[in-house]
Design a protein around this ligand. Structure first.
Ligand SMILES: C[S@@+](CC[C@H](N)C(=O)[O-])C[C@H]1O[C@@H](n2cnc3c(N)ncnc32)[C@H](O)[C@@H]1O
Length: 265
């Protein structure tokens, strides 16, 4: 199999912080780069819908805060559309890539949900089921409250979240393998309970001397009943609806959108 399976977006990118983020639970150096090169489609496909939702901010030069920005793929779309963006993530390796991909962001900073303070914002956006990475449902609720409280009057919310249906749709999902000239990844899926979805990944990356190295990551996602989120947000002044897309894109089964705005204040 050749590298033509994956169209590199920024093929010259190199994440240099190997060794400094060994304790990071998710998206260390090698997986961060593989995500950027091989799994950009979600951010790119959701971008048009998100751009339409936040478009009203342009006339008032509003600030967009992005949570779990990863390597800055959606950030790049936001900046290119003319937005001021603070892009945030919990992974130092992802942030290092984002600093190259979206160098002209207002700021790119470490922000670990649910407890790191979220800057006040005119819009908060997040794609790639970032909140499902939190340790339990209570932490997801805490993050949702913090997000709501950071939204300015009239502020816009656009995030995606995995429902229980995400795990149900993948109950028998076979292992997934992808191979390119520079990297390969093998992913094993499991669903130990209705509210848990696990990806066990082996990531292989080519060293400069032609040898290969391996890293392993286990992504433990918490699935929730997303239909209860609007009531939680309503208690913090946010009117929201659950949907199956941000715009015209088609999202994977069980990945739901939460789109809303602050109605009080
Ligand atoms: C599936 S990736 C999506 C990245 C990016 N939004 C995209 O669509 O390409 C999930 C992201 O959530 C981030 N993340 C995981 N746990 C987090 C936390 N507790 N706080 C903030 N970000 C977190 C990861 O580092 C990763 O960048």
């Amino acid at each position: 199999m050749s590298g033509s399976l994956v169209k590199p977006v920024y093929p010259r990118l190199r994440c240099q912080n190997g060794g400094t983020d060994d304790s990071a639970p998710y998206y260390r150096r090698d997986l961060a780069l593989v995500h950027h090169l091989g799994f950009a489609f979600h951010a790119n496909e959701t971008a048009p819908g998100i751009m339409a939702l936040v478009e009203p901010l342009l006339t008032r030069n509003g600030l967009v805060v992005e949570l779990g920005c990863g390597s800055g793929l959606l950030t790049r779309h936001l900046i290119d559309a003319g937005h001021r963006v603070i892009a945030t993530d919990a992974s130092p390796a992802m942030l290092e890539l984002a600093r190259e991909v979206a160098a002209d962001a207002e700021d790119i900073r470490l922000l670990v949900l649910p407890d790191d303070p979220i800057p006040p914002a005119d819009a908060i956006v997040s794609v790639g089921h970032v909140l499902n990475y939190l340790p339990d449902e209570a932490a997801i609720d805490r993050a949702l409250v913090a997000i709501a409280d950071a939204l300015a009057p009239g502020g816009i919310l656009a995030i995606d979240l995995c429902d229980f249906g995400y795990g149900e749709a993948r109950r028998e999902a076979p292992n997934l393998g992808r191979v390119t000239d520079d990297w390969a990844i093998v992913t094993e899926f499991s669903r130990p309970s209705r509210g848990r979805f696990i990806r066990q990944m082996a990531i292989f990356s080519l060293n400069d001397d032609g040898s290969w190295r391996r890293d392993d990551e286990r992504h433990d996602n918490v699935l929730i009943d997303v239909s209860r989120v609007p009531a939680l947000l309503a208690g913090r002044g946010i009117q929201s609806t659950i949907g199956s897309s941000f715009g015209a894109e088609r999202l994977p089964a069980g990945l739901r959108t939460v789109i809303g705005h602050r109605t009080d204040g």
